[in-house]
Design a protein around this ligand. Structure first.
Ligand code: NAP
Length: 316
């Protein structure tokens, strides 16, 4: 039950749970938090559909998980969230291969990359972190509707404090590109998408949760220069945040908690960190969700913009 916090690990959060018969679709499952979420849930008997853009990396992750969970039920699917064509092809295969999805963990992400574009011309971080997952979720909705647990977990970040969504220029066509403003915008979009999903699908028993996992050393920092790392560390350690790194199992714990906690049943549209629901806070740098990230009008505005940009349509 409850009682989990900053230092709780995936195995602690899932202790005593039986996930057999539960199908979990995880994006970015070949690395970092996604791979650990896959391992921990597989250890509890879940069937995991591991999505990643590189089959060789997926194969390596499968081998690593089977090394510790020999009976893990793992499937893989190749999916590039930076390409609508790839998303449509992968989800069409998923609908043929799988009967249902109980838990969708929209975990993949890119952080603070140089100014780049997805195959469809969207700015890379907004395009991958938000628009790709928006289109993916729309295409997977028929499988989620057939699932039992019916939860969607969207990996956001405390980095959403850096920026709201700029509805006039989400793709940085008319303003100078800043890798952190872009990351912040995309992670705010992950929370607004969570709110939008809850507004539309709670009535069908489908609930969505946004998660800040903490600060964890994974491959996410691959685009950061030494100067960027130094500036970021200065920012987090000189603020009131009391920053400390989490281990990967601690980092993936909040995703596992949001996906399975009985106390969250029917209570989606929220932002979780350290295995609890965080309150709205427009000042603190040590936690909480910004009001612009849970504003239901902005959530609607983002939903419409995302439909227009991707052409994706959720079942009504
Ligand atoms: N680590 C942290 O401190 C931290 C803090 C706050 C939030 N988060 C969030 O947690 C999530 C997981 O991050 P992580 O720390 O585990 O990072 P990670 O180890 O870099 O994993 C990110 C995953 O996303 C995948 N990915 C990136 N671009 C993709 C694309 N176009 N199509 C499909 N998959 C793509 C990566 O695939 P490749 O291996 O092929 O690149 C990788 O599997 C992210 O959403 C991140 O924003 C992390």
């Amino acid at each position: 039950m409850g009682g989990f916090g900053w230092s709780s690990s995936t195995d602690e959060v899932l202790a005593g749970k039986d996930l057999s018969g539960t199908s979990v679709f995880i994006t970015g499952a070949n690395s970092g938090l996604g791979q650990e979420t896959a391992r921990a849930m597989a250890a509890k008997g879940a069937h995991i559909i591991m999505a990643g853009r590189d089959q060789a990396k997926l194969d390596e992750a499968v081998a690593a998980i089977l090394g510790t969970v020999s009976k893990a039920q793992l499937d893989t699917i190749t999916l590039d969230l930076g390409s609508l064509e790839s998303i449509r092809a992968a989800t069409s295969r998923a609908r043929q291969r799988f009967d249902k999805i109980d838990l969708l963990i929209n975990n993949a992400g890119v952080m603070a990359c140089p100014f780049m574009h997805t195959a469809d011309g969207f700015e890379m971080q907004f395009g991958t972190n938000h628009l790709g997952h928006f289109a993916l979720t729309a295409e997977l909705m028929p499988l989620i509707e057939r699932g039992h647990a019916k939860r969607i977990v969207n990996l956001s970040s405390r980095g959403h404090h850096f920026a709201a969504v700029d509805f006039d220029d989400p793709n940085f066509e008319h303003r100078p590109y800043d890798p952190w403003v872009s990351y912040g915008q995309s992670k705010t979009a992950n929370v607004l998408f969570t709110v939008g999903l809850e507004q539309r699908f709670a009535v069908l028993g489908i609930h969505a949760y946004a998660v800040h996992p903490g600060g964890i050393q994974t491959n996410l920092g691959r685009h950061m220069t030494e100067e960027m790392v130094a500036a970021l560390m200065e920012r987090v350690t000189s603020s009131d945040s009391g920053f400390e790194w989490k281990t990967i199992p601690q980092g993936a714990a909040t995703s596992c908690w949001a996906a399975t906690a009985p106390e969250l049943e029917g209570k989606g549209g929220v932002y979780c960190e350290d295995c609890h629901v965080a309150g709205v806070d427009d000042v603190s740098s040590s936690g909480g969700v910004r009001s612009y990230a849970v504003n239901s009008s902005y959530a609607d505005q983002l939903w419409k913009l995302s439909e227009e940009l991707t052409g994706a349509k959720f079942p009504s």
